[in-house]
Design a binder for this molecule. Sequence first.
Ligand SMILES: [Fe+2]
Ligand SMILES: [Fe+2]
Length: 169
Amino acid sequence: MLSQKLTDEINDQIMYEFYSAHLYLAAAAYCYDQDLDGFANFFTVQAEEERFHAMRFFNFVNDMDARIVVKGYETPPAAYADLVDLFAKTLEHEHFVTDRIYKLMDIATEEREHATISFLKWFVDEQVEEMATFKGLLTKLKRAAGDTSVIYDLDGELAARTFTPPTIV
Ligand SMILES: [Fe+2]
Ligand SMILES: [Fe+2]
């Protein structure tokens, strides 16, 4: 049985994950506008991942026989100074999401809600990977220092990214 506090926080998390998808779609739109289709593909795939996260929380609330609440969210930023700015801000957003997952884990631990603790572990690991991906690209972009040949090589690499729904064990 989920407490009202945990139910409310997980319902908020559904909204944050959908907001993340929206933020990354807006980032994809920014990249298309800059003729960086590979980067746009990277963010479009990232948005799919975020919708997958949102639906995992959505289904979990239902599986726990609690009431799902679907909430609205704000319009994401549409413009960035450059790619370094874009990745600095999206990395910052991933840090925010990690803090949110930790907050959920803290409440579940406090309440000794073992099913939720077990469910959240996947997200703790997922955030490590997410932050490493964004941090890695930010580092590469900073090193490139605006060198267009490096940026276009990276754009080519990112064009190959596809979404495969993760196998949950
Ligand atoms: Fe996520
Ligand atoms: Fe994420």
